[in-house]
Ligand binder design. Structure first.
Ligand code: ADP
Length: 578
């Protein structure tokens, strides 16, 4: 760098000192360091009691930085106060310190309007023209020093950002590899994903998944600090709440809205906590930043992925949000695939089970059928011309019953295949449901006495409507037969109720009940909640029932508890909606 002649001092020493000062100034690594060197050199060069530099505030920031160097005497007094932002210097109140009399002041602007350098009170004499020249030169150097410190800072910032981006990319690729290659056990995979996220993305990471019943479950919790294990147990207890809950990530999980808060404070915690214990837990975690993104697949939110920042240096930015969203998309895709895979496997299992049960059910009537036919054939040999008619008739009765059973089964299967392909047509007529229910009850009298269950039928109000009689008979038969079959010999209640435009049918038993996890499956094709070894049945009755009810524009629901009993409720609109 070309050096200007150092004026006004002409000695070798002064030149060497000036060179050293320039080097020191230009090698400052930070703005603060450059300013500190600047005021020290300026004060020494001009033999002033005080040198203060005030930087012009950067756009959008209030107040500029100011750095002061004081002589020992002024140190005791405290020096002049210089308004930050480069206002005019004003003289402060001087304490009785025995400091020398003021010797004027000097102000020099830094290049590019970067700030102003003030000098106060020369130790001897007044500031001279030479001082001013020396300071101007110093100010130019300071301008360069500040510029290079700023560049350095920007470069460092850019490097940090690039490193951050690199970390994020590496994390994303690790996570994607995990999601792509994982065994399809969602629990294990999500745990690993959460663990992978700390500490790269967060100090805490949660995964919340909406289960089949619509409740959000906190499936995974990972934390950077191993000592937080007991706290993590408590954190698990606060997954996003039901619709409308103030929990911070409820809307993320349920409405697929991302959340980014980088200045979490006590008021915020109070606002979002669902209970005192929740507030305390969040406070103990001590996060100042939260980033939560929805797990969305095929337009549906499956849950939320949440990151917390506890470490003061960690701040969530738009870039982090995008990384998290990217990751959440991949995780949701994985979850969706795992669910489809599970469902496909379930269908295959159900189908296999169905085939086993169906062949068994179809075979059962065949054995007696074959036996009777064989017997009849033997008895009608030529050498045995006489066979009592009553005997033949009783054998034929058995044969007829088995054929009926078989044809019933085959009809049932045909029905299902027709319904599955959406070909269920109704033949509506005026039906009195009470009359129909009595008929069904009478028809099942034998089954009810065999099961040891008494059936009561009560009707409230008018229960007439415009329905397909034969189909509704099927519905009542299925529900009542099931109540007898699974009713453990306890009484069964059938209730009919006219409710405005609808008629409600309730069939209640106090039998074996249905576990919660099966309740949503029993209306599916082949859906069974019991083992085929204990109870026969194709698992088609309730499927057919639901198809018929829905074809009538109605609904069917079940409420049940294992070992307590089941309560089926069908709501049927009286007429076809137009
Ligand atoms: P299935 O022919 O097997 O009875 P359904 O479709 O009628 O077929 O019923 C499906 C499953 O629902 C049954 O296998 C049984 O596990 C369960 N289920 C139906 N009704 C009842 C009930 N009243 N109590 C307990 N479980 C029932």
């Amino acid at each position: 760098m070309p050096m200007e002649p150092v004026a006004p001092m002409s000695e070798e020493e002064a030149r060497a000192a000036a060179d050293a000062d320039s080097r020191q100034l230009l090698s400052a690594a930070t703005v603060e360091e450059a300013l500190t060197v600047l005021v020290e050199v300026a004060r020494r060069l001009t033999r002033a009691h005080q040198a203060t530099v005030v930087l012009t505030p950067a756009p959008g920031r209030t107040g500029g930085a100011s750095v002061t160097s004081l002589s020992r005497a002024y140190e005791v007094w405290g020096g002049y106060a210089v308004p930050s932002g480069g206002g005019r210097a004003r003289r402060g109140r001087r304490a009785a310190t025995g400091a020398a009399e003021p010797r004027g002041r000097l102000a020099v602007a830094l290049p590019s309007n970067a700030g102003v350098l003030y000098l106060f009170d020369r130790e001897v004499g007044d500031f001279s023209r030479e001082d001013e020249v020396a300071l101007s030169r110093l100010a130019r150097l300071a301008g360069l020093a500040l510029e290079s410190a700023r560049l350095l800072r920007e470069e460092q910032q850019a490097r940090t950002e690039a490193e951050d981006a690199e970390h994020r990319a590496a994390f994303l690729s690790d996570a994607s590899r995990l999601l792509a290659s994982s065994s399809l056990d969602p629990k294990v995979t999500l745990d690993t994903l959460a663990r992978l996220s700390v500490p790269v993305m967060a100090d805490w990471c949660f995964v919340d998944i909406i289960d089949e019943g619509g409740t959000v479950q906190r499936t995974s919790v990972a934390h950077a600090d191993a000592r937080d294990a007991p706290l993590a147990l408590r954190v698990r207890e606060f997954p996003p709440g039901p619709e409308g809950s103030s929990h911070p990530t409820t809307r993320v999980a349920r409405h697929a809205e991302s959340l980014l808060v980088d200045d979490v404070d006590d008021a915020w915690l109070h606002r979002v906590s669902v209970s005192e214990a929740h507030y305390e837990t969040m406070r103990e975690v001590g996060f100042h930043g939260i980033l939560s993104v929805p797990l969305v697949a095929r337009g549906r939110s499956l849950g939320a992925l949440t990151f917390l920042a506890v470490r003061p240096s960690r701040h969530y930015s738009q870039a982090d949000l995008e990384t998290a969203q990217d990751l959440a998309r991949r995780a949701a895709l994985f979850l969706d695939n795992a669910r489809l895979y599970r469902e496909a496997r379930r269908s295959v299992l159900l189908r296999d089970e169905f085939l086993a049960v169906a062949s068994h059910e179809l075979k059962t009537p065949l054995t007696p059928l074959q036996l009777r036919l064989q017997w009849l054939r033997q008895q009608t040999r030529k050498d045995k011309p006489y066979l009592p008619t009553s005997l033949v008739l009783s054998q034929l009765d058995v044969v007829q019953r088995q054929v009926d059973k078989l044809s019933g089964l085959v009809h049932g299967l045909l029905d299902v295949s027709r319904m599955s392909s959406g070909r269920l047509s109704l033949h509506r007529e005026d039906v009195d449901l009470e009359v129909l229910a009595r008929e069904v009850k009478t028809r099942l009298a034998l089954a009810s006495s065999q099961a040891g269950s008494e059936v009561s039928l009560t009707t409230h109000g008018d229960v007439k409507g415009h329905w397909d009689r034969a189909r509704l008979e099927q519905v009542l038969t299925h529900l009542l037969a099931n109540a007898l079959k699974y009713g453990a010999g306890q009484p069964v209640r059938v209730e009919l109720e006219g409710a405005g435009e609808d008629v409600v049918v309730r069939v209640e038993d106090a039998g074996i009940g249905i576990a919660r996890e099966y309740q949503s499956h029993i209306f599916e094709r082949f859906g069974r909640a019991v083992s085929e070894r204990h109870y026969g049945g194709l698992g088609l009755g309730l499927y057919v029932t639901r198809q018929i009810v829905e074809a009538h524009g109605g609904t069917i629901q079940v409420a049940s508890e294992p070992q307590k009993g089941s309560h089926f409720e069908v709501t049927l609109p009286r007429r076809e909606s137009t």
